[in-house]
Ligand binder design. Structure first.
Ligand code: SF4
Length: 108
């Protein structure tokens, strides 16, 4: 069965969550498609659209902080990079996501 309908639902929902936070989907459409596909598979396997780029601890309270979009839980770090960890979302003013730096949270 195609994952496209669920990917479209997530796209619709996520956009409404991240826009008020000052973020948008990256202009890299191929990356958006790949990450949404991965999230739909994680949701099918594990019950939630967990982040495809961050490891789960197995501790539910911690893992809920990496259910997409996880921006509210990592705001300072992501704002410093102008992107989320995976690069699925970038600040509203970003036009060239490849130019953005990526660094671990302890280097904020
Ligand atoms: S890092 Fe990005 S893609 Fe991963 S869960 Fe957070 S917002 Fe979603």
């Amino acid at each position: 069965m195609s994952n496209e309908p669920r990917k479209e639902s997530l796209r619709y929902l996520f956009e409404r969550v991240v826009t008020p936070l000052g973020y948008k989907f990256t202009p890299d459409a191929e990356l958006v498609d790949e990450l949404l596909e991965a999230e739909v598979k994680l949701e099918q396997d594990l019950g939630a659209p967990y982040c495809p780029c961050q490891g789960r601890s197995g501790v539910r309270e911690e893992d809920m902080k990496i259910v997409c979009p996880c921006i509210p839980f990592h705001r300072a770090h992501f704002d410093a990079m102008k992107r989320c960890w995976c690069g699925l979302f970038v600040h509203l003013d970003v036009t060239d996501p490849d130019s953005l730096p990526q660094f671990p949270p302890d280097e904020d």
